[in-house]
Design a protein around this ligand. Sequence first.
Ligand SMILES: [Zn+2]
Length: 183
Amino acid sequence: MPVTRSISKKSRFEIFKRDSFICQYCGAHPPSITLEVDHIHPVADGGGDELDNRVTACFDCNRGKGNRRINTSCRPISGLKEQAEQIAEREEQLRGYYEILAMKKQRVDREIDIVDDIYKYFVPGYRLNDKGRISVRQFIEKLDAPTVATAMENACARWSHDTDRVFKYFCGICWNIIRERGR
Ligand SMILES: [Zn+2]
């Protein structure tokens, strides 16, 4: 198995971080694959080393593009030391991937809190329960936090006289936007 050595580990991991440790071609991520850095415009065709020209790719996507892979210094793994290095790198990639996932979860948790704050501000005595938070998370992932917050504001404004319906109406607004965007 060839291993690419042309890019320092530090700049490799900068690119992985930028791309959330996910293959930008097929969406694969550790631990099922090992990540590499691909030149979008091949070096052989004059592509440069600038960040814009480099992207996170899995082994298959990197190789599947034939001469589009990094081709300056590929060499087979020869010794135990290199195998150990590769295992260590794979573990580090996996840690990086989970770190990004955890950060994303924290960010979405804060965004759910904002939607919850709107809800309890307009509808005193009401708060999102666990099921409600799961729904809001799903909407934030399908849409984005500002859109979902606005949907909650609109639902609260529309149904302030009938508080039991606010959350249902909020879900309706979000699903409508998802359907409209899906067209
Ligand atoms: Zn891939």
